[in-house]
Design a protein around this ligand. Structure first.
Ligand code: IPD
Length: 276
């Protein structure tokens, strides 16, 4: 294709720097919010402002590019269909619950897909100034420094991240709690950072060894998927099969062995509706 990925990368890096200032500034105080889908799925004015800043900035440079965005998709129309066109998959604030509470683990998560293949991933926490970037085939970086996964293979030595999620649906909560109980028995340690994208970035950094979650959306994991793989890790479906970005299921790990071990331990859940 004739997409100038170098230019895309430069422009999106500048835009997230600018948009990050909105998050960092507003994280100094607790934020007003509305519940997006009932439950505990929150949205703030900053989510909307960041998404607008990013989308306007991208549109100005690349008017023909498409979008799949978290706040974009909360209307009646649902999630936009993924096509072969260059598509920016954007979560303006991943970790909105953290942001509402001024807990400093929120980030902007942006992935660019061309022909349905992720070419660029950026996860940026502007509060702690943590920037994770990747381009397909060119490695993963943390604040400009090349990063690698830990390579850990053993469940018993693995630090694992997951989330309670944004729904209190009873069937879902039952599986979530069951999996936390199972994991606690087998893994070295269990962490809940409050952001799917940052959880995955910690795997890429080698600071955590795996992350799994049922209920995530495409925009929570598009960038993280590329960043983990470019850091030498694996991203699969929690059942052990191939990762499907629209399935709302993810398992990232520092090695194929660890991914398969964790997959076998997990009680499976298939969130509905899918993202496509
Ligand atoms: C959510 C967060 C949360 C995870 C959810 C995500 P949001 O993203 O990453 O930790 O459990 O699955 O949807 O709503 O804060 O952008």
């Amino acid at each position: 294709s004739n997409v100038d990925l170098g230019k895309c990368f430069e422009i999106i890096n500048n835009l997230v720097t600018e948009a990050g200032r909105l998050i960092a500034r507003n994280n100094e105080t607790r934020q007003d919010f509305v519940c997006k889908s009932g439950d505990i799925d929150l949205v703030t004015q900053t989510d909307k402002d960041v998404e607008k800043l990013l989308m306007d900035g991208i549109r100005q440079q690349f008017p023909e590019h498409k979008f799949i965005g978290e706040e974009e998709s909360s209307g009646d129309s649902g999630v936009n269909k993924l096509t072969d066109a260059p598509t920016w998959i954007i979560d303006p604030v991943d970790g909105t619950m953290n942001f509402v509470h001024a807990f400093p683990h929120s980030c902007i998560s942006v992935g660019l897909k061309v022909n349905k293949v992720t070419e660029i991933g950026i996860v940026y926490n502007p509060i702690l100034e943590q920037r994770f970037t990747a381009r397909r085939g060119q490695g993963a970086y943390y604040n400009g420094r090349r990063i690698q996964v830990s390579g850990q293979k053993e469940v018993g030595k693995a630090l694992v991240t997951s989330e309670f999620g944004t729904t209190r649906d009873e069937a879902k909560m039952k599986v979530v709690n069951e999996n936390f109980a199972t994991m606690a028995k087998h893994v070295h340690g269990l962490r809940v950072l409050g952001s799917a994208a940052l959880n995955m970035s910690m795997v890429a950094l080698g600071a955590a060894d795996a992350n799994y979650e049922f209920g995530i959306h495409a925009w929570d994991v598009c960038a993280g998927d590329l960043i983990v793989r470019e850091a030498g890790g694996v991203v699969i479906d929690p059942s052990g099969g191939e990762f499907d970005i629209m399935s709302r299921r993810v398992l990232a790990a520092s090695s194929p062995q660890l991914a398969q071990e964790i997959s076998k331990l997990l009680t499976q859940f298939y969130p509905q509706p899918r993202d496509d």
